[in-house]
Design a protein around this ligand. Structure first.
Ligand code: MG
Length: 158
């Protein structure tokens, strides 16, 4: 028995914060604004997993009004999401995510991102699909005002 979920997240780009995507810190002249580390790729994955289990979204579990999650490492959030699923009798099967960003290029960091996400989810790296596309210069994403991510997750009943 399998269940599928979808997640989407977007964060504004800002100066003066680190850029962390998929648990990896990028060399970058901009970062993402947010209460936690603002890792939109990991947040989309969290929401896909929670959605597959029919659970509330990431904002329910980690509200941006809670000081506990200020500058939080989103891999910790992802680990908590996996634990929540496990407590309800679900385990992840595979993930596939797309980052929508004019820059940076993620190719040089793909292996590290997969390794980080694999460590947080307990999945094998080859059960995690990661890719990026630009927004072809269109709209606010195209102008680099924000980075967005979409993800799907398949989970199984344990
Ligand atoms: Mg977010």
């Amino acid at each position: 028995m399998f269940r599928i979920g979808h997640g989407y997240d977007i964060h504004r780009t800002v100066h003066g914060r680190p850029l962390i995507l998929g648990g990896v810190r990028f060399e970058s002249d901009f970062g993402l604004d947010g209460h936690s580390d603002a890792d939109c790729l990991t947040h989309a994955i969290c929401d896909a997993l929670l959605g597959a289990a029919g659970l509330p979204d990431i904002g329910h579990y980690f509200p941006n009004t809670d000081p506990a999650w200020k500058n939080a490492d989103s891999q910790l959030l992802l680990r908590r999401v996996i634990a929540e699923l496990k407590s309800r009798g679900f385990a992840p099967v595979n993930l596939d995510a797309t980052l929508i960003a004019e820059r940076p290029k993620i190719a040089p960091h793909l292996a590290a991102m997969k390794a980080a996400l694999a460590a947080s989810t307990g999945l094998a790296p080859d059960a995690i699909g990661l890719k990026a596309t630009t927004n072809e210069g269109v709209g606010d994403l195209g102008r680099g005002l924000a980075l967005a991510a979409q993800a799907v997750a398949l989970i199984r009943i344990i």
